[in-house]
Design a protein around this ligand. Structure first.
Ligand SMILES: O=C(O)CCC(=O)C(=O)O
Ligand SMILES: [Fe+2]
Length: 357
């Protein structure tokens, strides 16, 4: 990269990512394609202190304890986000996964580029930058590698990067039963059950991101991940320990106030996605969240997204509408919903709003 190279071209079209940008230049100011308009910056006046409002931390060491179900359903219907501890995945396994993600981003730009979206050597893993660079007027300060978990397809992971392949498969396998237990609790609380009619909607697909946020010369002007709610059913996110003040959740549905979701060693952040909000006809809330970047250190986060298969029809569960309650959403095929979300820049809860009746 030379001083005259166009930054957007270097990062996006030449497939270097923002990691490639920080590695090839000593940046002292934020390049203009990353400068967010003031309304998108998370300034301190928008942040609620964690002493006045807290993210629930739920001990799930005994899944059959009615307290666990109560706390999960309560958190899903209020904030739409909570953390779980004592979930059974060993801290050393989580650390190994974070190290594997860092290992991938420490490969050379040329090695990383082999996985770039559109020409990746793997059909089920691809790397890209920002969120939707074609549609975004301002880019997000993030690269991410996405994995699709297709255990029924022979050799689905054969071409995944060797530096992280084993850890990613292990993590999918460890997260799956935990996601299932949480979904079971949430769905039972709606007087329904996970069965043949809805299991492909609830967790027919599992995807994982390695999100990588490089150190940023002027973090207050940038965003790592812009405001959005996840569109799937349930997300289980691993944050890297020690990188504070990064993930923020909207504190109230109206108003521009945000609360930090602090990393707790060994914990997993769980958030409700749009599909669960729709299935429950608004009893559960998908939570808007965003990520702030850091001046002195990079950060890795690893969400696992459980969600519907593409041809699922998404609408409130029949049990929820039993007492002639009206559906608040028009039914939608998940593929169309995906296209709506991925077809525009991150924009809060615009996708779910677009199908509100
Ligand atoms: O980096 C994080 O903590 C959250 C990332 C996120 O919201 C996402 O990948 O959907
Ligand atoms: Fe998210």
């Amino acid at each position: 990269m030379t001083p005259t190279t166009d930054v957007r071209d270097f990062v996006v079209n030449q497939r270097n990512g923002v990691k490639g940008l920080v590695d090839s230049l000593t940046l002292t100011t934020l390049p203009s394609p990353y400068i967010q308009p003031p309304q998108e910056r998370l300034t301190s006046d928008k942040i609620i202190s964690s002493s006045s409002s807290k993210i629930p931390v739920i001990d799930v060491s005994n899944w059959t304890d009615p307290r666990v179900a109560r706390e999960i359903c309560d958190a899903a219907s209020k904030l739409g986000l909570f953390q779980i501890v004592n979930h059974g995945i060993a801290p050393a396994e989580l650390k190994a996964l974070i190290a594997a993600a860092r290992g991938f981003f420490e490969l050379t730009a040329e090695e990383r580029r082999r996985y770039w979206r559109g020409s990746s050597v793997s059909e089920t893993a691809w790397l890209t930058t920002s969120f939707n660079p074609v549609k975004e007027s301002v880019l997000e300060w993030r690269d991410f590698l996405k994995f699709e978990f297709l255990p029924q397809r022979h050799g689905f992971a054969a071409t995944w990067p060797p530096v992280c392949k084993e850890q990613v498969i292990d993590h999918f396998e460890r997260i799956k039963p935990i996601a299932k237990k949480i979904l079971n609790i949430l769905i039972s609380n709606l007087n329904s059950a996970i069965d043949e009619s809805n299991k492909q909607i609830l967790m027919g697909t599992m995807r994982m991101n390695f999100n990588y946020y490089p150190e940023c010369p002027e973090p207050s002007l940038a965003v790592g991940t812009g405001r959005h709610s996840d569109i799937n059913t349930l997300t289980l996110l691993l944050q890297e320990d020690g990188v504070l003040s990064s993930l923020y959740a909207r504190a109230t549905e109206d108003g521009d106030k945000w609360i930090n979701v602090p990393p707790i060693p060994g914990a997993i952040v769980v958030n409700i996605g749009d599909v669960l909000q729709i299935l429950s006809n608004d009893r559960y809330k998908s939570i808007e969240h965003c990520v702030v970047v850091n001046k002195s250190c990079s950060r890795v986060s690893i969400p696992v997204f459980c969600g519907p298969v593409q041809d699922s029809v998404i609408q409130p569960l029949p049990e929820v509408l039993e007492n002639s309650e009206k559906s608040r959403y028009r039914e939608v095929v998940y593929l169309d919903y995906l296209k709506g979300f991925f077809g525009r820049p991150h924009d809060g809860k615009k996708t779910i709003e677009s199908i509100k009746l």
